[in-house]
Design a protein around this ligand. Structure first.
Ligand SMILES: NC(=O)c1ccc[n+]([C@@H]2O[C@H](COP(=O)([O-])OP(=O)(O)OC[C@H]3O[C@@H](n4cnc5c(N)ncnc54)[C@H](O)[C@@H]3O)[C@@H](O)[C@H]2O)c1
Length: 338
């Protein structure tokens, strides 16, 4: 349970049959990260409110083997300020995952996406009770130009200088969250299986191409950046909640330096297990990363508070290769939706 918060004598933060559990609002709780995180929170003893408009349906929650006794589900839009405010007020802490979550998705409807990502966070932050903790899932893309010009690993003290309008919305949200003494988690690309599956994420997508076409189109092959397994990422949110007092008011790069790879290196790991796949490097820039991520990250700050990862890229590729070849056309379509 949330350390410093749970010890207060007469608060409602401790739980038992008599007293209410510590209630965590998870916006976007039915998404890729959320559908892995929510079962962890429930089994750790938290009560959970999922607030989501279920863009990907309810299936992720059906797949999650949830203990529903301490779960509440609200089908709502993050932009519905009246409903959201009352849900925030009746919770003890907030984990904010809802949003438009990739540059291609953002670019499809940029105005709505900006509204969801920026005003959604503002409504949440404005609804917080004094001293109510909030944890925000941000993106490593916020560093933009600052990271590209660096000689060494990128620390949290580097200026945020985003390249894409998508990443810029996270910079704005981060400012609001940090001003409210919340925690910002700057997250690299996740990989691995989750009840709501995403095949647009780099590692997942490379495995998907290899399985379905026997061939990978590799763009920006030697660009190197960091990755994290979705279960470690969910654990990081749980860890942050459990250590909220010592982590508040700061941004953290999430991950571990052992998970820094070029795209070419990831393809080699896949090729170790699927030796017959072909890899080509198209000259056009059809799938160029909008944020040109190609940098090393420092994880000293998150290590100092005690977080580390448990799963490697190799673990993720092995796991993906067991599942991805068996996805149906309909399932693939859903997992590719942005
Ligand atoms: N998955 C990653 O690799 C990764 C990496 C860095 C940062 N993040 C950030 O973590 C957060 C969650 O990402 P994810 O991978 O779980 O994405 P996801 O798309 O799987 O989940 C997002 C959830 O938000 C919900 N949502 C969208 N718009 C909403 C709205 N207006 N109101 C209420 N709910 C809404 C969707 O229905 C979905 O369930 C995002 O902010 C994303 O940018 C993710």
């Amino acid at each position: 349970m949330a350390d410093g918060l749970a010890v207060e004598e007469d608060s409602n933060l401790r739980y038992s049959y008599e007293s209410p559990r510590f209630k965590v609002l998870v916006t976007g709780g039915a998404g890729y990260i959320g559908s892995t995180l929510v079962p962890m929170l429930l089994s750790e003893g938290y009560a959970v409110v999922i607030y989501d408009l279920f863009r990907w349906g309810m299936q992720p929650l059906l797949n999650s083997n949830l203990d529903t006794r301490h779960l509440e589900i609200i089908n709502g839009d993050i932009l519905d300020d009246i409903t959201l405010e009352s849900v925030v007020k009746s919770s003890n802490a907030v984990i904010h995952l809802a949003g438009i979550v990739s540059a291609p998705a953002f670019n499809r409807y940029p105005e709505i996406a900006k509204e969801v990502n920026e005003r959604g966070t503002k409504i949440l932050v404005d609804s917080l009770k004094p001293d109510q903790p909030i944890i925000f899932a941000s993106v490593e893309n916020v560093y933009g130009r600052s990271a590209l010009n660096l000689k060494g690993p990128c620390t949290e003290d580097e200026e945020c200088d985003p390249l894409s309008p998508f990443a810029a919305t996270f910079v704005e949200s981060e400012k609001l969250v940090l001003k409210s003494n919340g925690v910002v988690l700057r997250i690299p690309s996740a990989f691995g299986i989750s009840p709501r599956m995403r095949l647009d994420l780099l590692v997942n997508n490379l495995v998907f191409q290899a399985c379905t076409k026997g061939h990978i189109d590799l763009y920006q092959a030697d660009f190197k950046r960091n990755f994290i397994h979705v279960q470690d990422l969910a654990k990081c949110h749980l860890f942050t909640l459990n250590n909220i007092d010592k982590m508040r008011g700061k941004a953290y790069n999430v991950g571990h330096e052992s998970l820094g790879y070029s795209k070419r290196q990831i393809c080699e790991i896949i090729k170790d297990q699927l030796p017959n796949i072909r890899i080509s490097e198209p000259k056009d820039e059809a799938y160029k990363d909008a944020d040109n991520r190609n940098f090393e990250t420092s994880f000293e700050r998150i290590k100092d508070v005690g977080f580390t990862v448990t799963k490697s890229i190799h673990d993720g590729v092995t796991e993906l290769l067991k599942i991805v070849p068996h996805l149906s056309e309909a399932e693939i379509k859903k997992c590719q939706a942005l």
